[in-house]
Design a protein around this ligand. Structure first.
Ligand code: PLP
Length: 390
């Protein structure tokens, strides 16, 4: 076969694709692997959401292609959520675009807006799609370190002016994957000002905005005055409503940016399956109280993980949101070496921080997407390994 397109060259192997093969081999050999690596909720969505999906699938006409931008009912449900949580009013035709999961939107928005040679400002460590999408578009990622001493917020003032002037996009993600850090309204206000000064699009990925603990309510970027002129926010039902496999997300905000994203989408996909549109609308508009109970389950898991890490002498901050605990590898262990050790000796799978960027080195990400008993066992296995290296 002739070689693949040149634009594929900068894309590396996908960490999880490789890990999945590895784990399948360990399981085939009889290993009982505990996976605390992926950020995929283990609990199901609320029963009423699944009922709407099933009912909708029984309507013969619901198996046809659907409008590219979903149903007005779904867009209204997203608008309702933004109004309820943040007191933001969105135009349901021009400021809301349903996505096949937010990842699709992160990737395609980059294709729509980034020319070869343009700079894309990307946090380090970060969800990998921001940089990979930039590379695929021929853009140049400029990595903004997220450091513990800065509460994992990028220092926008440290970005050289000539880099900022060439930048087309600036990515932010709070509550953050992988560090679980959060950002304040003041930080977002500075970022809006920075975007205005340098005429770039501020893209905020709010995937974890509703996975929160102890009454923490993260701000939306769009609450900031002027954000609508320079910003887009991505949201998703994957984590908030335990619907990762459904592929139901949204982009909201700046109209020109959404129109450009839609232009890519109409050529790349043909919308959602109608029952997913209907059930997504039900998820957003229906009873939200169950999120409180679900978040309480995560909080209890978080407590177990933090307590056991503390007993092992491994340092972690207490996350106010997300599915993750970001903790320091034992002294003198690289994140990859320690993750390897855990997988080999304890059949325990975590993500080495360095896969998220060079500033993730020295940390691991543990996803508490497993029942309490399984988490307890995972932490016991980890403690056993840590004892052997002391
Ligand atoms: N953004 C962040 C920060 C994520 O961690 C993830 C998934 O792990 C996504 C986006 C993608 O979510 P979705 O399932 O909506 O594509």
């Amino acid at each position: 076969m002739k070689p693949t397109a040149q634009r594929l060259t900068p894309l590396g192997d996908h960490f999880f694709a490789t890990l999945n093969h590895r784990i399948a081999a360990i399981k085939a050999a009889g290993g009982d692997v505990i996976r605390l690596d992926a950020g995929s909720p283990d609990l199901p969505p609320a029963a009423h959401i699944i009922e709407v999906l099933a009912r909708s699938a029984e309507c013969p006409e619901n198996h046809a292609y659907q409008p590219y931008n979903g149903t007005s009912e779904l867009r209204q449900a997203w608008a309702g959520m933004y109004s309820r949580l943040y007191d933001i009013n969105l135009d349901t035709e021009l400021e809301i675009l349903p996505l096949l999961g937010s990842k699709e939107g992160l990737f395609n928005l980059t294709q729509a807006l980034v020319d070869p040679g343009a700079v894309v400002l990307v946090p380090d460590p970060a969800y990998l799609t921001y940089a990979q999408a930039a590379l695929f578009a021929g853009g140049i990622p400029y990595y903004m370190p997220l450091l513990s001493q800065n509460d994992y917020l990028p220092d926008l003032k440290a970005i050289p002016v000539e880099v900022a002037q060439r930048a087309r996009l600036l990515w932010l993600n709070y509550p953050n994957n992988p560090t679980a850090a959060t950002a304040s309204r003041d930080f977002f206000a500075n970022a809006v000002e920075f975007a205005r000064q340098h005429d770039l699009l501020l893209c905020h990925d709010a995937a974890y905005a509703q996975v929160t603990f102890e009454d923490y309510h993260p701000p939306s970027l769009l609450e900031i005055p002027g954000a609508m002129e320079v910003g887009v926010e991505f949201n998703t039902l994957s984590k908030s409503h335990n619907m990762a496999g459904w592929r139901s997300g949204v982009a909201v905000g700046n109209r020109q940016a959404l129109a450009a994203l839609n232009k890519v989408k109409v050529h790349a996909d043909s919308g959602h399956f109608r029952p997913i549109l209907d059930a997504s609308a039900a998820a957003l508009a229906g009873d939200q109280d169950w999120l409180v109970g679900r978040n309480e389950i995560y909080r209890q898991r978080r407590e177990v993980v933090l307590a056991r890490l503390g007993e092992m002498g491994l340092q972690a901050r207490t996350p106010r949101a997300t599915l993750y605990v970001w903790f320091a590898a034992p002294p003198s262990w690289s994140s990859v070496a320690f993750a390897e050790l855990l997988l080999e000796k304890a059949c325990l799978s975590l993500v080495p921080g360095s896969i998220f960027g060079e500033h993730g080195e020295g940390y691991l990400r543990l996803s508490f997407t497993a029942p309490l008993e399984r988490l307890e066992e995972a932490m016991q296995r980890m403690a056993g390994v840590v004892r052997t290296i002391r």
